[in-house]
Design a protein around this ligand. Structure first.
Ligand SMILES: [Zn+2]
Length: 276
């Protein structure tokens, strides 16, 4: 399903981030500030759409809303299993993206009837924010506990989030157990393709340099033996701000316009770098 429920027509006029040389991949920790926000939100969108792909390719049963299940899988794939401050910042950036777009949606709702929003298959952005943050807090890392204290969650809320994380993690483990990749065994690959578009050199350069999509995909394909090869395809969409799973071509299509949208949305100036 399309990733962004409400398409905004406004894009950044002048992307501020320069593209690097073709094959240069700088260390992850060099991505900071608006770049980190953009990479974190784009990575979440890619993993959400890949989750739709996993559900289709592995024929995973879904009880409830597939959009919510895809969000849970994306969050599980983004939450680091070992302490990793940079990866934690990436998923925090994604939660801030939901909070910011929820504010925008509130403003838009004030000016129109809420009927179309009511029937949107995605839950509200503020709920996506709460659910993703809850899984991060509930992952029971030291960082999760520190985050809970910082945002003022009480102990019973933290306990509910621990249960939510444990339930989601166990469900994903059990559902994907038949597809666990054994050491040395084969499995489908996921190729990441970045179209070379003159209008989106900054977005292409940022995503390639950060390397976060490539790393997340390496983790996923090391863990799960896919029955088919898949593709993640970054491309220009003639103004469309979106990402989606195409079952016919087994491709996650990601519009460069979505990457530019996150650059525009970046609500804070976080200057701290990663520590990976
Ligand atoms: Zn979706």
């Amino acid at each position: 399903m399309p990733f962004v429920a409400v398409l905004l027509a406004v894009l950044l006029a002048t992307p501020a981030l320069a593209a690097g040389p073709e094959d240069e991949v700088a260390p992850l920790q060099e991505t900071t500030g608006a770049g980190l926000f953009t990479v974190g939100n784009t990575l979440f969108a890619v993993l959400h759409e890949l989750a739709h792909g996993l559900i289709a390719e592995l024929d995973l049963p879904i009880l409830g809303n597939e959009e919510t299940a895809a969000d849970s899988i994306a969050a599980l794939l983004m939450i680091p299993s070992e302490p990793n401050p940079f990866r934690r910042r990436l998923i925090l950036a994604a939660t801030r993206g939901w909070a910011t777009s929820a504010d925008i949606a509130d403003d838009a709702d004030a000016q129109k009837s809420g009927a179309s929003e009511f029937w949107d298959i995605h839950v509200r952005d503020i709920d996506r924010y709460r659910a993703t943050l809850c899984l991060l807090v509930g992952s029971d890392t030291r960082a999760g506990r520190a985050l809970a204290a910082r945002i003022g969650m009480n102990e019973s809320d933290v306990d509910l989030c621990r249960t939510a994380y444990a339930n989601a993690d166990e469900a994903f483990e059990r559902l994907t157990a038949p597809f666990r990749r054994r050491k040395g065994a084969g499995g489908g690959r996921i190729e990441v393709v970045y179209d070379d578009d003159p209008a989106f050199q900054a977005e292409r350069g940022l995503m390639r340099r950060a390397g976060s999509v490539r790393r997340a995909i390496a983790d996923l394909t090391a863990r799960i033996a896919l029955p088919n090869d898949l593709t993640v395809h970054f491309t220009a969409c003639d103004g469309g701000i979106n990402a989606w799973w195409d079952p016919d071509t087994r491709t996650v299509e990601v519009c460069y316009e979505l990457v530019a949208y996150y650059e525009d949305l970046a609500p804070f100036d976080e200057t701290a770098g990663g520590e990976e």
